[in-house]
Ligand binder design. Structure first.
Ligand SMILES: NC(=O)N[C@@H](CC(=O)O)C(=O)O
Ligand SMILES: [Zn+2]
Ligand SMILES: [Zn+2]
Length: 347
């Protein structure tokens, strides 16, 4: 049995770093694990313009540890008002992608898109400029059951957008169902998907059996075990269309342990260790590097990283709580024992 795993340093292709006081707690955790990260734009005042994205980037860089070379990759939040001109400005400023939040689908999505067909000129501009479309893939109709919202989104939005804009690169973010896995596999190319550690390691029983456990509540919600198994199979298959995106989404403990708790799991602090656990359980540790370090940059058309990180086989227990600004946070998998630990200095 091997005791050391050396990987090209991974990137996180989907992370929430938040803003203000929280940056100081959250950014160093991601910068310790990853070389680059796709930074989600769903702040309380969403990042809807290039100017806002550049200012946010500066705040993130200011929160990085002094010796860090972490590179935040910025995204714009699409609204009904987004223009094709803004896409040109974004491209020129180095913004790499735009995020589609169906209005009302998730945290801070109230200003999201109400009807995707109205944004077709913007998607056209993105295809031309080479910006990727990142998608929170859930319908929001009241009548659609929360466990069926991702599947319904495939038919309603993914299929028509995929067909109309064959040149547009699309990332189906944080997929949670066998249906999404099949859809990605059936598309020729230019469609990738990120998979989170919580959807690989847990299913809805972990959240709902023996008491309701709000720290497992995220969107899209954890599904039944057969879906978890389909995600593990996809992530460990070596298919380059499936790659790492933690969807680390910090909310203070009191905001989750509440009568109306927030959606989101905080995984940034031990992200690689959580993924290593999932891959080891599947007997696929040799596939971790492709998923974590190669397929994301390849899909985005960015260079792979050159430096390496080391994971050591050293069982350790995830802490029950961590500090978060003035408050505290419960990390994903609090209290469980993980087999692998990230060594601090790069090998
Ligand atoms: N995943 C979540 O449950 N929450 C995310 C939003 C998102 O990615 O949908 C958040 O910003 O808190
Ligand atoms: Zn989302
Ligand atoms: Zn997210």
């Amino acid at each position: 049995m091997t005791d050391t795993l050396s990987l090209i340093r991974p990137d996180d292709w989907h992370v929430h770093l938040r803003d203000g006081d929280l940056l100081a707690s959250v950014v160093p955790a991601t910068a310790r694990q990853f070389a680059r990260a796709i930074v989600m734009p769903n702040l309380q005042s969403p990042i809807t313009t290039t100017q806002m994205a550049l200012a946010y980037r500066d705040r993130i860089l200011a929160a990085c540890p002094a010796e860090s070379t972490f590179e935040p990759l910025m995204t714009l939040y699409l609204t009904d008002m987004t223009t094709a001109e803004e896409i040109g400005r974004a491209r020129a400023a180095g913004v790499v992608a735009c995020k589609l939040y169906p209005a009302g689908a998730t945290t801070n999505s109230a200003a999201g898109v109400t009807d995707i067909s109205r944004l077709y000129p913007v998607l056209e501009a993105m295809a031309t400029e080479g910006l990727l479309l990142l998608v929170h893939g859930e319908v929001t109709e009241h009548a659609t059951d929360i466990f069926d919202r991702e599947k319904a989104f495939i038919d309603k939005v993914m299929m028509p957008v995929r067909q109309r804009f064959p040149e547009l690169k699309i990332v189906f973010e944080h997929i949670t169902t066998a249906d999404a896995v099949d859809f990605v596999k059936d598309c020729p190319d230019r469609l990738g998907a990120t998979i989170t550690p919580q959807h690989l390691l847990f299913n809805r029983n972990d959240m709902l059996v023996g008491g309701i456990r709000p720290h497992f509540f995220c969107l899209p919600i954890l599904k039944r075990r057969s879906h978890q198994e389909a995600l593990v199979t996809a992530a460990t298959s070596g298919d380059p269309r499936f790659f790492l995106g933690t969807d680390s989404a910090p909310h203070a403990r009191h905001q989750k342990e509440s009568a109306c708790g927030c959606a989101g799991c905080y995984s940034a602090w031990s992200a690689l260790e959580l993924y290593a656990e999932a891959f080891e359980r599947a007997g696929a540790l040799d596939r971790l590097e492709g998923f974590a370090s190669f397929f994301g940059p390849d899909f985005y058309g960015l260079p792979r990283n050159r430096e390496r990180v080391t994971l050591k086989r050293e069982p350790w227990q995830l802490p029950a709580v961590l500090p978060l600004g003035e408050s505290e946070i419960v990390p994903l998998g609090a209290g469980i024992t993980l087999s692998w630990k990230l060594a601090d200095s790069p090998a």
